[in-house]
Design a protein around this ligand. Structure first.
Ligand code: SIN
Length: 311
């Protein structure tokens, strides 16, 4: 390590989960242990220069924009300290890819922000959280590392590409066609491609998000056999600001749903077309009536649209 410190920010999740029945990997409660407990579970961290902070304590299915505001603020704070090399964020796996993409969109930091997690609670017979946390600290302490990444099961994923793709396995995340940024092997990194982009342009997005008195409401609807327009009409009736449609295949949308989405767009609602496919991105075709998400998954397209609507 460089001698600089790593800031560990905790938000809850299964990595901080416990069960009264040791070894129960399903019937546990997420977000029980505090950041001090997580650090104490990894003896190798005891000798490292760390600072820590409990920013939230949630099951990440309950993540909110308010918590994101606090997280962005605390990440900015720590990243601005000259003695801090990088930030590690412990997070639930369920919405980790959304928080990672949000933070990359509003920070695009010149230092690393490393999200990590666990698929098993801390009371599992063999918990995965301690190794993931140690790996995340190794990544955050690596000279030259930058941008927001996720580290799980020894693999480093970029914020734009990372996606939870398995409900149960320890190696639950993938980066789709892009592939991982690299691997962590006994504390050493084997890099396969470059770190996420650093951008000064994200500052405006951060300022608008922090200052917003109301965040734009963007909802996701899905195409499927027999899809119709009723949900879209109901959302427009409630004053929705934007809609992402998780289309089938190459972003295809049932004609009845498409008609409702076009009517929503014509009434001033921003509409973006992503795909419900786990891999690949929507490719433009002549005559497309709705814009595509430029490779973003539905949940990430929702965040991008929400941030763009802050304008
Ligand atoms: C959560 O997302 O907070 C619970 C599930 C998990 O971390 O695996």
């Amino acid at each position: 390590m460089s001698g600089k410190k790593i800031a560990i920010l905790a938000t809850g999740g299964t990595i901080a989960g416990t069960s009264p029945v040791p070894g129960d990997n399903l019937g546990y409660t997420a977000a029980q242990l505090r950041v001090e407990d997580l650090l104490a579970s990894v003896p190798a961290l005891a000798s490292l220069p760390l600072v820590s902070e409990q920013v939230a304590q949630v099951d990440s299915k309950d993540m909110t924009f308010e918590i994101w505001r606090k997280l962005a603020q605390r990440c900015s704070h720590w990243l601005a300290q000259p003695e801090i090399a990088g930030v590690v964020l412990t997070h639930g796996t369920d919405t980790l890819e959304e928080t990672a993409f949000f933070l990359q969109s509003v920070l695009a930091p010149a230092k690393p922000v490393v999200l990590t997690c666990a698929m098993r609670p801390a009371t599992a017979l063999v918990p995965d959280g301690p190794q993931n946390l140690l790996d995340a600290v190794s990544v955050a302490a690596t000279p030259g590392a930058h941008g927001v990444v996720a580290v799980c099961a020894g693999t480093i994923h970029g914020a734009r590409d990372v996606r939870k793709q398995h409900t149960y396995r320890l190696d639950a995340f993938g980066s789709g066609d892009a592939g991982p940024i690299g691997y962590v092997e006994e504390g050493r990194l084997r890099l396969l491609r470059s770190w996420p982009e650093i951008s000064g342009d994200s500052e405006a997005a951060l300022r608008k998000f922090m200052q917003a008195r109301r965040w734009p409401r963007v909802e996701i609807v899905m195409n499927h056999a027999g899809a119709g327009g009723a949900i879209v009409q109901a959302l427009v009736g409630q004053g929705v600001d934007g809609l992402v449609v998780a289309g089938s295949g190459n972003g295809s949308v049932h004609r009845d749903l498409e008609a409702a989405l076009c009517a929503a767009r014509d009434s001033g609602v921003m509409v973006v077309r992503a795909t419900r496919c786990a891999q690949g991105e929507v490719l433009a075709r002549p005559g497309d009536v709705l814009p595509h998400s430029a490779g973003l998954s539905p949940v990430k397209a929702r965040i991008a649209l929400m941030l763009s609507l802050l304008d």
